[in-house]
Design a protein around this ligand. Structure first.
Ligand SMILES: Nc1ncnc2c1ncn2[C@@H]1O[C@H](COP(=O)(O)OP(=O)(O)O)[C@@H](O)[C@H]1O
Ligand SMILES: [Mg+2]
Length: 159
């Protein structure tokens, strides 16, 4: 299932993040693709806020994985950017434990850990539009996200 939302500004991106948080569940895997500066980390910050996380969420580029323990849903923020040139057998970042854990895994640059991304994940590609807005393209093969995407679409467009 696919869904396209246009984010005109930071406020819209925050709205999308808060809706993703509202419908997040334990074991969810969300991948964020898009060029540098597209808004992947910005979206992750609003997701964290929506989940009720008080700590500041910043780019985990130097840690690759940052854990924000939280009830009822923790946030695991992964930035695989630095794994581009790492061989697959050396890419063990504990992703499986995280995915099976008690939270939402948000993965920036999933392309660099492609072989570790479960098929039943939700992917968002963020791209730049000429007018400065951002295009958010949601895509998933997993039916467990279908009602979530319907709800996000409805609530984003009515907000
Ligand atoms: N609609 C928008 N959604 C998200 N970010 C936006 C938007 N418009 C402008 N920005 C700006 O773009 C930048 C996105 O940076 P960041 O989230 O770090 O990107 P990435 O993690 O994809 O490299 C931020 O400076 C943010 O303020
Ligand atoms: Mg980033």
């Amino acid at each position: 299932m696919k869904l396209n939302l246009i984010s005109k500004d930071l406020n819209d991106t925050n709205k999308i993040g808060e809706l993703l948080a509202k419908y997040a569940f334990r074991g969810e895997v969300l991948t964020l693709s898009g060029d540098l500066g597209a808004g992947k980390t910005t979206l992750t910050k609003s997701i964290g806020k929506g989940l009720g996380i008080k700590d500041e969420i910043n780019s985990p580029t130097f840690n690759i994985l940052k854990c924000y323990f939280n009830e009822p849903i923790s946030l695991y923020h992964i930035d695989a950017y630095r794994l581009e040139d790492v061989r697959p057998e050396q890419k063990d970042i504990g992703l499986e434990e995280v995915i099976e854990g008690n939270g939402l895994a948000v993965i920036e640059w999933p392309i660099y850990i492609d072989e570790m991304i479960p098929f039943d994940s939700l992917s968002i590609k963020i791209s730049f539009n000429e007018d400065g807005s951002r295009s958010f393209d949601f895509d998933t093969l997993s039916p467990k996200y279908f009602h979530i995407l319907e709800a996000i679409k409805k609530e984003f467009c009515n907000a």
